[in-house]
Design a protein around this ligand. Structure first.
Ligand SMILES: Cc1cc2nc3c(=O)[nH]c(=O)nc-3n(C[C@H](O)[C@H](O)[C@H](O)COP(=O)(O)OP(=O)(O)OC[C@H]3O[C@@H](n4cnc5c(N)ncnc54)[C@H](O)[C@@H]3O)c2cc1C
Length: 390
């Protein structure tokens, strides 16, 4: 069996590792459009759940060292709303765990995955931009920008969300909706830092998240991700540092003393995308090639890693069958098995992104009561914690 993975981002590489670990993909090649030596220049601080880190460790990524050297554990999450009552603290201790997850800057995570792929001897073709995928009987052909093409028994599209899957293969339909919001991102420091705690605060017009990141020069930092409508995002990006700090301190409150900015500000448009069907014959879409979420709930890569794990499981269970038809039926089973998690994660991210972005006491009061009720109901809280971390 031959498997081609289009896209060597975190999900493509994790899929290659998971398939290798499960002895499920046969001969695996990853096709990556960018050159080997390309510097990854992303300011994303990726928060992954405990379950995601354990999965990465299982497939050969040195998670513990990565977190110890470049990341930070998240031991608790505090949820509040600006200008209204209501508070919820989700603490790993209530689950009997030391952490709910950990955050690592994207470039370090990506290079740990690159190292694991090299260590496992997985073949990566760099500068290999795929332009089209088509079925050829029960197999699939991937055409490259160079004019060459490759045929495989199974093709996993893991090319992220820059191009939509239907441009690669018209049978895939991409449903996209702009949230009308832009994420304003900056690194911040605090005068009274509470280490290893992440914050979600619901402010009028959009959620504000503070995700802890590794200390730079010995000083603890957080990545601020604040969803704003595009006009307000422009305004925030144009402010001088002092005015920007004043605005974020007003919105965040004093839970960590005063916040100061430690980096330049960047922004990302917030888009929701859903590809359906996600399987056509021997071709399957995983990670951001299959779905893109609002980052406020920090779930996009967590969901993509679960795609990788479930795809490996589906193809592993298929191993004893030799017919190509069984690959396509394994992919269909994979799509069915992923449906609930996909919809639930969209729903969860949607509630966090929009369920809290409108003000007024008529809405603030029930939301505050909801947070307090969860805070006081240990079994409901434990269930939420279990779902977030495990
Ligand atoms: C601001 C922000 C913060 C986020 N924070 C979190 C978080 O805290 N936790 C979390 O779980 N998620 C988070 N996410 C989401 C997360 O970054 C994505 O879900 C994840 O990067 C998707 O990985 P991927 O491999 O599917 O796609 P990508 O990371 O986009 O990788 C796709 C790869 O495919 C390659 N490629 C593209 N086209 C082709 C082609 N035609 N041929 C060959 N190769 C190709 C690209 O070069 C790239 O290497 C965040 C996102 C944003 C924007």
């Amino acid at each position: 069996m031959k498997t081609l993975i289009v896209g060597g981002g975190p999900v493509g590489l994790a899929t290659a590792l998971a398939l290798t670990q499960a002895h499920a993909g046969g001969e695996i090649t990853v096709l990556e459009a960018s050159p080997r030596e390309k510097q990854i220049n992303s300011d994303r601080n990726i928060a992954l759940s405990l379950a995601s880190w354990r999965f990465l460790e299982r497939i050969g990524v040195k998670s513990a060292g990565l977190i110890a050297n470049h990341g930070t554990e998240i031991r608790a999450v505090e949820v509040t709303q600006q200008g209204a009552f209501g508070w919820l603290k989700l603490d790993a201790k209530e689950l009997g765990e030391s952490a709910l997850g950990a955050a690592v800057p994207y470039p370090y995570l990506k290079s740990a995955l690159d190292d694991a792929v090299v260590a496992r001897g997985i073949h990566v073709l760099w500068n290999a931009e795929a332009t089209r995928v088509s079925l050829e009987g029960a197999r699939a052909r991937v055409s490259l920008a160079t004019g060459e093409s490759l045929v495989a028994d199974c093709v996993a599209l893991a090319d992220g969300s820059k191009a939509s899957a239907d441009s690669m293969m018209p049978e895939f339909k991409s449903f996209e909706r702009s949230s009308g919001q832009v994420a304003v991102i900056a690194r911040v420091r605090a005068t009274k830092p509470t280490l290893n705690v992440a914050y979600e605060r619901f402010t009028a017009g959009g959620a504000l998240a503070l995700i802890p990141r590794a200390a730079d020069a010995g000083v603890a930092e957080w990545t601020l991700v604040w969803a704003r409508d595009s006009v307000d995002a422009e305004r925030l990006l144009a402010l001088d540092d002092a005015s920007f700090c004043e605005t974020i301190n007003d919105a965040f409150g004093g839970a960590m003393g005063a916040l100061t900015v430690a980096s330049k500000r960047t922004s990302y448009p917030l888009v929701w995308r859903f590809v359906e069907p996600r399987v056509h014959g021997a071709v399957v879409a995983v990670g951001n090639a299959a779905q893109a979420l609002h980052p406020v709930a920090a779930q996009g890569l967590n969901l993509g890693l679960r795609d990788a794990e479930d795809l490996a499981n589906a193809l592993q269970n298929n191993n004893h069958r030799s017919e190509q038809e069984s690959i396509t039926s394994a992919l269909s089973r994979f799509a069915q098995s992923r449906a609930i998690d996909r919809v639930a994660t969209f729903g969860f991210s949607g509630v966090l992104a929009y369920g809290f972005d409108r003000g007024g006491w008529l809405l603030d009061a029930p939301r505050g009561l909801g947070l307090m009720a969860l805070q006081m109901l240990p079994s409901a809280k434990r269930e939420l914690l279990r779902r977030m971390a495990l």
